[in-house]
Design a protein around this ligand. Structure first.
Ligand SMILES: Cc1cc2nc3c(=O)[nH]c(=O)nc-3n(C[C@H](O)[C@H](O)[C@H](O)COP(=O)(O)O)c2cc1C
Length: 369
């Protein structure tokens, strides 16, 4: 950012804060001030956005994040750089461990904006071979009281060719922070997405866990999962992660731990744990969907501990589900997560969130040594 613009932004923010002596006393750096004003999201932007149906609000957010010059200009003020945050996931180096989960940018249209606001990496997709309209509406519902969402989108998207074009436009230096999620119901289709997209990104996440897509359960069978992962490993040029469904009781656990073991045995470099939690709800046209957001955190922590106990330390593990604070990221990393991804907390907290988590994480890291 040009120094003059930086100075101007600092002056504006200092003036606005200086009306309140208490806040002046508590607020240290310019970044804290900017982040504090990103509280404007909760005070103004979120109430406005939440007046619209979720998918409309999401489209408004998409457009805002596509306005790359703004986020690039704000980057030095929003994003936190600190060596302690450097993170390695299956050999991919990220500047911090807080990533965007799949589904937020399904067509890979605003990934640079997500990096500029301070995420260490962003996951585009889920991309499928052909364009898909997704499921019938209503298919997204906010559970505001719980800071949660219910969705039954079913992979609406522009398909492989459109995503490939978007990713080809990415500046090469941004690609090192991009993962892309792929899926489908046929191994050949998924392999085609894998072959064409992996040269354009740092790593691939194969999604076998959306609760909203008919046919995906076929990969819950260990033999089918083994065939899929083995086919991708055979043509792998970049790290390959498998995103699994969650487990909430012993019965589900006895199905999912073997899925994790099968993925790793077939050669995957790591796992993403987990997708949304399947739930029935009559408000969704489908009558069921996936639950995400704050209430999931306890399960996410438990699943990370389960996997490290059952399968050891020798694979990358991205934790996903209900994450929204540095303390939670810290707990997950202590339990063995290599990095985290989030989606729903970003909808509720807005663009100040990744910077805030990372700043608080540095404090926790400093305090622990
Ligand atoms: C509206 C919505 C759409 C999603 N779409 C996808 C998707 O396309 N692919 C995928 O792997 N996960 C998808 N997810 C799941 C998230 O990536 C994540 O696993 C889940 O929401 C739990 O994280 P959270 O509690 O931080 O939201 C979606 C989630 C939501 C709320």
């Amino acid at each position: 950012m040009p120094p003059r613009v930086h100075v101007l932004i600092c002056i504006v923010y200092r003036r606005r804060i200086s009306h309140d002596p208490q806040r002046c006393a508590n607020i240290g750096t310019t970044k804290d001030r900017i982040s504090d004003h990103m509280g404007l999201y909760s005070a103004i932007a979120r109430p406005l956005l939440f007046r619209f149906p979720p998918e409309t609000a999401h489209r408004v957010g998409d457009y805002a994040l596509r306005f790359t010059p703004l986020w690039r200009a704000l980057r030095p003020l929003l994003a936190t750089r600190n060596e302690r945050l450097n993170t390695s996931v299956a050999g991919i180096e990220f500047p911090n461990p807080v990533g965007v989960a799949a589904g937020l940018d399904k067509d890979c249209k605003f990934l640079p904006g997500l990096l500029d606001i301070g995420f260490g990496f962003a996951t585009g997709g889920t991309v499928t071979l052909d364009p898909r309209p997704g499921n019938a509406r209503p298919r997204v519902i906010r559970e505001t009281g719980q800071r949660a969402l219910l969705n039954a989108l079913g992979f609406p998207g522009d398909g492989l060719e459109a995503a490939e074009k978007q990713l080809q436009r990415l500046p090469v230096d941004r690609r090192s922070q991009i993962l892309v999620s792929i899926s489908g119901t046929e191994i050949e289709d998924i392999a085609e997405c894998h072959r064409r997209l992996q040269p354009l990104v740092a790593g691939i996440e194969v999604n076998v866990s959306s609760p909203n897509t008919a046919g995906l359960r076929t990969f819950h069978e260990p033999e089918n999962l083994d065939r899929l992962v083995s086919a991708l490993v055979a043509q792998r040029e970049r790290p390959l992660l498998v995103k699994l469904p969650p487990w909430r009781n012993d019965e589900e656990r006895s199905e999912m731990i073997p899925m994790a073991a099968t993925s790793l045995k077939a050669g995957a470099d790591g796992l993403v744990i987990a997708n949304t939690h399947p739930t029935e709800d009559e408000r969704l046209a489908m009558g069921r969907g996936g639950f995400s957001g704050a209430p999931l955190f306890g399960d996410t922590l438990r699943m990370v501990k389960d996997l490290r106990t059952e399968l050891g330390k020798d694979f990358a593990l991205i934790a996903c589900g209900g994450i929204g604070t540095a303390d939670q990221v810290w707990q997950l990393m202590q339990a063995g997560a290599s990095a985290v991804q989030l989606y729903t907390s970003f909808i509720y907290e807005g663009p100040g969130l990744p910077g805030r988590i990372n700043r608080d994480l540095v404090k926790l890291m400093s305090a622990s040594h």
